[in-house]
Design a protein around this ligand. Sequence first.
Ligand code: ADP
Ligand code: MG
Length: 221
Amino acid sequence: MIEVRDLHFHYPQGEFRLEIPEFSVAVGERVAVIGPSGSGKTTLLNLIAGIFTPITGSLMVNGVGVHEFGDRERRDFRITTIGFVFQDFELLDYLNVLDNILHPYRITGALTLDKTVRERAERLAGEMGIGGMLRRRSTDLSQGEKQRAAICRALLTQPKLLLADEATGNLDPSNKTRILDLLFRSVAEHEATFLAVTHDYELLPRFDRVVDFRGFRADTA
Ligand code: ADP
Ligand code: MG
């Protein structure tokens, strides 16, 4: 599902360099990524999602070279294939919760927003415990509620690849377990691949494999 080779990336500003000689994730695999803050975990997820482009190297997702796409194709590919739970949620302040969850369907012609999708959105929100908040502005939610709205948005498209950046970081213990169960259930139902960045070592046994980001950095110092 993901194949990274000799990837090199840096931001236009700053000293940070990301070098990944080899990293791959098999179809259906559930992989946790750990590593110190600032090591480039979020950067890697953004590269995989095609939000950033590698300087050199190749990056294949679902059999296609994301880096070879034009901007528009890359965005359509991301929206239809990948669910991304961002570390800082990236909800749109001017939309209510339901419209945030439905947003992927409104920004690409590659997806059709119909009754089934709306019903799925409401069901997901209910399962996430935010079913009663759909008409609220997203700015009126707590951090944990925003996080759950962001998870609903990522799952709504039934993505083949789910990327989660600290997706349970703002949830209390009981919500955390419930929402993780839901994430894993959704991944299993859609035979999806799951790549999750986490600082929560308690969660690691739930994954097939744990990748420590320090491994990538060992030869770049
Ligand atoms: P992590 O998710 O592992 O905490 P990040 O991928 O967010 O790490 O960041 C890796 C490094 O890149 C950090 O040193 C961070 O300061 C830097 N960085 C992140 N975003 C930018 C940016 N837009 N411009 C310049 N440097 C950035
Ligand atoms: Mg991060």
